[in-house]
Design a protein around this ligand. Sequence first.
Ligand code: FEO
Length: 169
Amino acid sequence: MNQKVRDLLNDQINKEFYSAYLYLEFSNYYAEVGLDGFENWYRIQAQEERDHAMLFYQYLLNNDQKVTFEAIAKPDCDLVDNMAPLQKAFEHEKYVTSLINDIYAAAFEVRDFRTMEMLNWFVNEQGEEEKNASDMITKMELFGTDPKSLYMLNNELKSRVYSAPSLVL
Ligand code: FEO
């Protein structure tokens, strides 16, 4: 495997674990304010991010590449109100999309079609992740200021259940 592609894939393991840590922080914020549906939503989101990290890890192992684990940074957030995590999540997902695109571009440059094929799943996933994050902001804008509506939105988010990623390596 091309060294730059390998290094970017290796970095992405760390970035995905960081995403998990960030979303666990959001879950923790909502637990503290008593919005258990939002807590559930981000706890499951954190699980999905750990899955993403493991997929990159497994892909490198499958291709006989050495993996190096780096320190995971402290979540960078100042959660001032119930909207703040949602906005930060949307910004974060756009950033993650840019990272996936960078790996894709590096793989494309060296005609690493296998990596591009694997990354296609992540390209689609990022489309979903950005949409979900944006929808959460819209819902909070619509319903977040009315306690009854917020209660119902919170209940809706409580019903989210974890499902394993459809990509199997
Ligand atoms: Fe692993 Fe939310 O992207």
